[in-house]
Design a protein around this ligand. Structure first.
Ligand SMILES: *Cc1c(COP(=O)(O)O)cnc(C)c1O
Length: 227
């Protein structure tokens, strides 16, 4: 047994917990997509999930994704890749080419870059607008006050905006932040909600998450610190 195995939860158990949380809230388990966050994990760590039939994965870096996924995708062409880490505008072309869903649209300049990249490549990944839900200084995401203008800009530019994404402040009860994100999504007629990670995904599902992003609970602790 490796040290990782002590904190790892298997996929069926996580699915089961998501299902129970969904039912508790009067929702259907299949309304919730489980994004296995495979950042920093190598192919050997990812393959067992692919072999078990899992197809939805999240990465936070364009470069790492370009190095890691083309080979895996050759064997598993129906993999769906989600970008969950901050995106520089000069990497928009590459991101649009690699990813199926982009969760990190957080500023007007990125909207412009993504719209151009979609035009150029003909690929149109679904997009989430990321909200800095706790208005934290160092965090990605647009300020809550700027959200209406950014959603309008993204729609005007033709981005397929389907929902909102957030990372609530660490070490505080996340439920009020999830509830605020859900309210903002309703206000903007956006059906999808990307929220909930290893420590709080069941809470997020009871509040309406349609996509939970789970890394360490599936793969064990990460050695690297988060960017
Ligand atoms: C790393 C990361 C996750 C997964 O975090 P865990 O706590 O390992 O489940 C989810 N969302 C984002 C944006 C991340 O960067």
């Amino acid at each position: 047994m490796t040290p990782d195995d002590t904190t790892r939860t298997d996929l069926p158990t996580i699915r089961d917990r998501i299902g129970k949380a969904a039912l508790l809230a009067g929702r259907k388990p299949e309304e919730v997509g489980l994004i296995a966050v495979s950042k920093t994990r190598d192919a050997a760590a990812i393959l067992p999930l692919l072999e078990a039939g899992h197809r939805m994965f999240g990465e936070n870096r364009v470069q790492e994704t370009a190095a890691k996924w083309p080979d895996l995708r050759a064997t598993y062409p129906d993999v769906q890749l989600h970008l969950i880490g901050q995106l520089q505008s000069n990497k928009a072309d590459e991101a649009v080419a690699l990813f199926d869903v982009i969760h990190v649209v957080d500023r007007a300049s990125l909207v412009t870059a993504l719209a151009r990249a979609m035009e150029k490549t003909g690929r149109r990944p679904d997009c989430f607008v990321q909200v800095n839900i706790g208005d934290e200084e160092q965090k990605g995401g647009c300020a809550v006050a700027d959200l209406p203008a950014l959603v309008d800009a993204a729609r005007d530019a033709g981005l397929p905006v389907i929902g909102l994404m957030c990372l609530p402040p660490a070490d505080i009860e996340p439920a009020p932040y999830f509830a605020l994100l859900a309210k903002l999504a309703r206000d903007h007629d956006l059906p999808a909600l990307s929220m909930g990670m290893s420590d709080d995904y069941e809470t997020a599902v009871t509040i309406g998450a349609t996509h939970v992003r789970i890394g360490s609970a599936l793969f064990g602790p990460r050695m690297e610190t988060l960017a």
